[in-house]
Design a protein around this ligand. Structure first.
Ligand code: G3I
Length: 301
């Protein structure tokens, strides 16, 4: 293939980008998006604060701008994210107990129902585990409603949109470490008890190197019977960036259940990581060396 999306498709995968509704009027941005990518994730527009700014009152206007662009172009949509400790609307931030639990599950039901049939995969729960070596859940208002909040969210999402793959998504879970093992144990438990879960998202926000056990970690999740998606890829620019992007592609292609890769933005200037220049296109929209190495890795073999 001659584009990221077409080359990934030849390998039975998708290649996506996180996009922002506010940039859909930027012609350079949109031309790269339409040429190169066959999946999108809303960088912010489908989050709780954006979609339910006051309790029970939903606003899908910016999410729909992204969804409509994707649908009109035949792109898949990754839904991001139904429940997360961050980017909650102010009204939810100050709730607790059963009132918060009910509000959270209602949020899952309403948003997943609204987009029913349009979403390839939902990040049902994002970043619910603590950093470090504890393997514990992250403390949050959602966690304080009871340890079963994650499975309740997945069950509600399944009921609302039975056709969407339901993912758990996190960062610093890319290598085999106490945090990723805690996620692994949760997924194994969910599979054994019939809690609906279909995929694990490895965000893959990297510095200059890729963990040596990245592929092995992808493989161990796949062996639990879930798909693995690389959901928010970006890699600090330096002398190794092009090589590192190729390593990520090779690791995913080596695991049949690694079904797609999403980069967290299009141009370096679109990235939340600013000066890291962590993406595949420069600020002018030119292809970087990392683009070429990514494309070549997708086309290899
Ligand atoms: O919407 C307001 C806008 O009204 C205001 O004028 C502007 C001024 O700063 O801020 C806008 O909100 C910002 C929003 O991005 C939209 O641009 C927030 O301040 C800013 O905090 C927010 O950052 C996002 C961040 O999540 C929030 O946690 C980033 O764009 C987004 O890339 C980032 O994405 C997360 C994933 O969802 C989860 N994994 C980590 C990843 C990177 O942090």
């Amino acid at each position: 293939g001659t584009t990221l999306g077409a080359s990934a498709a030849e390998k039975g995968r998708y290649f996506g980008a996180a996009i922002a509704a506010g940039r859909l009027s930027d012609s350079t941005y949109v031309s790269i998006l339409n040429r190169e990518f066959n999946s999108v994730t809303a960088e912010n527009e489908m989050k709780w604060d954006a979609t339910e700014p006051s309790q029970g009152s939903f606003n899908f206007s910016n999410g729909d701008r992204i969804a409509n662009h994707a649908i009109s172009r035949g792109m898949k949509i990754r839904g991001h994210a139904l429940l997360w400790h961050a980017q909650q609307p102010p009204w939810a931030q100050n709730m607790s107990g059963s009132a918060l639990r009910n509000a959270a599950i209602n949020h899952v039901t309403r948003v997943a129902s609204y987009y029913r049939g349009k979403i390839h995969s939902w990040d049902v729960v994002n970043e619910a585990f603590a950093d470090g070596t504890s393997g514990a859940r992250r403390d949050s208002n959602l966690q304080r409603t009871g340890n079963d909040w994650i499975e309740a969210a997945f069950r509600a999402a399944r009921a609302a949109d039975p056709g969407a793959k339901l993912c758990y998504n996190d960062y610093n879970t890319d290598s085999i470490n106490p945090k990723s093992t805690a996620v692994y144990n949760m997924v194994r438990d969910f599979k054994s008890r019939g809690v609906p879960i279909d995929c694990v998202g490895l965000q893959s926000h990297f510095g200059t190197t890729i963990p040596s056990d990245y592929q092995a970690n992808i493989q161990r999740f796949a062996d639990l019977g879930v798909d693995v998606q690389i959901t928010e890829l970006d890699i600090t620019q330096g002398s190794n960036q092009a090589n590192a992007y190729a390593q990520v592609v090779r690791a995913c292609l080596a695991v049949s259940r690694c079904t797609g890769i999403t980069v967290w933005g299009i141009r370096d200037s679109d990235s939340w990581r600013g000066g890291d220049n962590a993406l595949l296109f420069d600020a002018s929209g030119n292809k970087k060396a990392a683009y070429t190495s990514t494309l070549n890795a997708l086309n290899a073999g």
